[in-house]
Design a protein around this ligand. Structure first.
Ligand code: IPD
Ligand code: CA
Ligand code: CA
Length: 260
């Protein structure tokens, strides 16, 4: 797995460093709208091309599933790529975004890398090999429950706005029962913050596989839990996620279930 992880790290750094070089001139970027509140820039596309090029140079036969260019056929190894997670932040020069790369083999997540170019923080994981931040082992928080906890979330703000009527009472309940709620704007990074114990829990509706693949493996390898928020569905198909340390995951699930 180490060679595959090294490839993911190299590719993630390439994509993230490319985005960072554009951060101080975001005003010059051409911003295209894919759907309401769903933007893409030439940086998303250039970063994706650089990442895919880097992976394919080493593993030309592997398959790829990438946000901007879709599926590239290949063997049973599939790289799942979000070249720029947090595009809305990025186009405003708001320095919270990341690159997320995961590798699935025969449908099983094996490798995950999330790179934050603004802080130059690198989150890595392999199945069975734990989760690391800049090479040092990370664990989910040991906070005992919701009281005093810090919870991350993402708002339903585009094609997933149908969740708003359920989401708003959830937000209120979480605000009333915890120390605070954060909405940083890069789901892949938010999940890594859960893995590192910087957030005790997280929930969001309507994410895509490239937002969550690397982050969910990171959380599980850091001793946490990431499941579908909507019962009876697999997380990968629903994209509705609830995550946290085992204790906070259970408590948050119980609190949110009242509003589902
Ligand atoms: C988005 C970010 C954001 C989340 C959205 C995602 P993108 O990804 O992760 O935090 O709330 O749902 O789609 O579009 O910037 O890659
Ligand atoms: Ca994303
Ligand atoms: Ca993206």
């Amino acid at each position: 797995m180490q060679a595959l992880l090294n490839t993911a790290v190299k590719a993630a750094r390439k994509g993230g460093d490319l985005a960072l070089r554009y951060l101080n001139r975001v005003g010059d970027l051409e911003v295209r709208s894919k759907a309401r509140n769903e933007f893409v820039t030439q940086v998303d596309q250039a970063a994706e091309a650089a990442i895919i090029g880097s992976i394919r140079e080493r593993y030309p036969q592997h398959a790829i599933l990438a946000e901007e260019s879709g599926k590239h056929a290949g063997n049973e190894f599939t790289w799942i790529i979000d070249p720029l997670d947090g595009t809305t932040n990025f186009i405003h020069g708001f320095p919270v975004f990341s690159v997320s790369i995961a590798l699935e083999v025969h449908g099983q997540l094996e490798v995950g890398v999330v790179y934050d170019p603004c802080r130059q923080e690198l989150f890595t994981t392999t199945r069975g090999g734990g989760a690391q931040l800049d090479g040092r082992r990370i664990r989910v928080s040991s906070w005992p429950g919701l009281e005093g906890s810090l919870i991350g979330t993402g708002f339903p703000y585009r094609s997933n706005t149908q969740w708003l009527p359920k989401y708003m009472p959830m937000l209120q309940a979480v605000m009333e029962n915890t120390a605070g709620v954060r909405r940083p704007g890069s789901a892949a990074l938010d999940l890594c913050y859960v893995a590192a114990g910087r957030l005790d829990g997280f929930w969001e509706f309507g994410l895509s596989i490239w937002d969550i693949a690397a982050g969910t493996l990171m959380i599980r390898e850091a001793g946490g839990i990431a499941t579908s928020l909507t019962p009876g569905q697999e997380l990968a198909e629903s994209g509705n996620i609830i995550a946290g340390s085992p204790k906070v995951h259970a408590a948050l699930q119980q609190l949110l279930a009242d509003h589902l």
